[in-house]
Design a protein around this ligand. Sequence first.
Ligand SMILES: Cc1cc2nc3c(=O)[nH]c(=O)nc-3n(C[C@H](O)[C@H](O)[C@H](O)COP(=O)(O)OP(=O)(O)OC[C@H]3O[C@@H](n4cnc5c(N)ncnc54)[C@H](O)[C@@H]3O)c2cc1C
Length: 496
Amino acid sequence: MAKKPRIVIIGAGMAGLTAANKLYTHSNNSFDLSVVEGGSRIGGRINTSEFSSEKIEMGATWIHGIGGSPIYKIAEETGSLVSEEPWECMDSTVDKARTFAEGGFEIEPPNDDGGDLGQIYEIATRFYSSVNGLNGSSVGSFLRSGFEAYWASVSKGGNGVEGCGTWSRRSLEEAIFTMFSNTQRTYTSADDLYTLDYAAESEYQMFPGEEITIAKGYLSVIHHLASVLPQGVVELNRRVVKIEWESKEEDPVKLHFSDGSVVFADHVIVTVSLGVLKAGIESDGGLFSPPLPEFKSDAIKRLGYGVVNKLFVEVSQRRFPSLQLVFEKEDSEYRFVKIPWWMRRTATMAPIHSNSKVLLSWFAGKEALELEKLPDEEIIDGVLTTVSCLTGKEEVVKITKVLTSKWGGDPLFRGSYSYVAVGSSGDDLDAMAEPLPQINKKSGQVNGHGQAKVRELQVMFAGEATHRTHYSTTHGAYYSGLREANRLLKHYKCDF
Ligand SMILES: Cc1cc2nc3c(=O)[nH]c(=O)nc-3n(C[C@H](O)[C@H](O)[C@H](O)COP(=O)(O)OP(=O)(O)OC[C@H]3O[C@@H](n4cnc5c(N)ncnc54)[C@H](O)[C@@H]3O)c2cc1C
């Protein structure tokens, strides 16, 4: 009997498990399939957990638009969208947020009337696109020009703000603009919006419809995908340290594991994060042998990959209001020096649902990395100081405990999600998806090998950072897993 093709998927996150699910359910048992996962759990950047007796998401939180989302479809079909227990963001607490400017000044909460402070971000965007065209090179420069254009159009009405202490109208509007920009930093993972490519950002596609969270937890989708796989297909605590490819042996790929063991394969689907790939091509010896071809390593280097972390704090009272935080500039003479720098770019602090004692804040970039290093007491002190300096009240609340995600320092992730950095483009995301060895599209030959017979599809790539229009998301990871599974099913002429 002919040997079954051996397929090894590296990583049991959304992309890896989607690929495994598809390959297993559509191949009539014609592959020798395994998923090797470096960590001790499945799900990767999806990790539903518990804090203060509440279900929380340490990583992926939202289904970004329910219209056409494959994640929504699975969650709906598996009954994961309903739960007896409350869950994170089951109701919108931020809609009723109170907005405080540093120094104890409560300002009008943003609303949808179009002329309000809270609409600066949208107004600036609209204004800039009508005046200058959509040709900013970075999202940061685009928004800044938009804000300046907006300010020029409204500043005639004077510069004072009644009842707001030393805040001028300009400084207050700019600070609100910064607050919205900080929310963009957490959406995109770009520490600095001046490094985020504007044109590529416009290629990113959203699904229409509501954005929702999953009542039974994001992990329920992962468990559903994994549930079809026979016991033993997913191997935990199996960290790959080297991928040898282009071997002349019968099995062209040889995987080396951290415990010294090796596994041979016909095909490997690499689903590790862009951060792990960046570190892998920079490390001594490298993750790949021979090293990746230039087109691939250049794309890995050029694309952006940032850190976003979530901070959960348990407070002593329920019904704590959602706060929008408007800070003075970091060099302002009016700022409260006791507010720690890592709190200053936090946009909101809100209960995870309206009857919860758990508050959530999102952090991006340097602040997110700093948070990973701080002892709990320092975080508690920093949050309390910030809340009292913003609301102007001495003791607003007590904090009993905190929990932070730590995606940046974890060697299995090295960050949170990818973005298209200035200097890269959607083409780099396509390059990420190309299998190796690369086939010359004109000659049909494997690049660099002339007529020599070289095995195709040795090293394949899936994961959120390989999807041109849905990168950074769970559904992007899902589609990428399907794409690579389908590539193999087609190669082996399986019905898919
Ligand atoms: C804080 C945060 C919030 C987010 N919010 C959202 C959101 O609201 N909505 C949304 O759609 N997306 C969100 N995302 C992004 C989403 O979680 C990811 O895009 C998606 O889960 C990535 O899946 P993946 O399979 O590509 O990668 P991963 O989930 O990273 O899976 C790769 C797997 O490979 C394993 N691995 C790594 N190195 C090795 C190795 N050497 N050997 C073996 N195994 C290895 C890892 O342990 C991991 O399990 C968020 C992410 C974070 C961190």
